[in-house]
Design a protein around this ligand. Sequence first.
Ligand SMILES: *Cc1c(COP(=O)(O)O)cnc(C)c1O
Length: 383
Amino acid sequence: MQMGDAEMTARIRDFLKKRCDEGPCLVIDLDVVRDNYQAFARTLPDTRVFYAVKANPDPAILKLLADLGSSFDVASVTETKDVLATGCTPDRISYGNTIKKESEIAAAFALGVTLFAVDCEAEVEKVARAAPGSRVICRIHCDGSGSEWPLSRKFGCEPDYAPDILELAHRLGLVAHGISFHVGSQQHNVEAWDRALASTASVFRACAERGIALSMVNLGGGFPAKYMRKTPKLESYGKAIFRALRKHFGNAVPETIIEPGRGLVGNAGVIEAEVVLIAKRSPEDEVRWVYLDIGKFHGLAETIDESIRYPIRTSRDRDEMTPCIIAGPTCDSVDVLYEKNPYPLPISLAIGDKVLIEATGAYTTTYSSVGFNGYPPLKSYVI
Ligand SMILES: *Cc1c(COP(=O)(O)O)cnc(C)c1O
């Protein structure tokens, strides 16, 4: 199987056949997560993998990855504890969230974490007080173009400012360790890393002139899962990144790490949901409203602005298709998944039919509300 393929596996199909409980659920196939991890390790052999825990923090996924030798990118003390619970040691954890309370930094440090991301001077001061002597990575800004889920405006300093931030860290007794960036999640352009690495190399040079030797580049996430749109192969990302590293660092390529989230678990999961209602707004209406028992509040939050377009399969996909508006079941009008760009579904689709929403292993369970309108959080089975 190709990494990134949204594919119903035989194991998931068998599990769903035998399933007897009600309501929507996500099923994750750990074999796919393992294949994905090995594909990353093969494609970027000199780069350590830090799984971005926020994509899916299920304990079975964390345990599998820890056993495979993965390291972890965490954003909170809870995520740190979840990773440590697998038996993974704290030297395999990077605290990548640039927005932390001082008490959280102290708690992570007490648990043994000594690698923190920062993107401004105030955060450096917090880390210097709460986690003295730690290594810091300065996150620089990326514009996120070419990605379907940009992470740009909220994080990262302008690259020209990074040497000042790292020099402050150095003066405050921290180890100015390196640079990180995130090219935007679900990044389609394999060249996106080239621009970020050009900026990174100039920060390395500026720091060297100040007598500070940086040693690590965190290449972030952004590796895609396969949804409706075709994505380049993982090998193309690996080659483009390798080329960019050689181009900008020559023979002095620094230590590199990646933080895949979506690319590791996205295609490992399938959601089974059910058609609750099919409605026309007038007798001659061409576009039907199809309401599912899952929506924006039950794990499909990444359909905001119709950013992520999941493959949806039914048992009637050989029949004639017709454009539909797809919505969730709650009494909130933002709970619409696809409307601007209607979604083709079979004319024969009926109330009570099951639908499969593929490539939903990342950014679903944790985006599910706790009980909005009385609907329980999305159930998840890891097999
Ligand atoms: C979310 C996140 C990631 C994972 O991004 P993907 O696009 O899902 O691979 C990596 N690093 C950081 C700092 C993140 O916040």
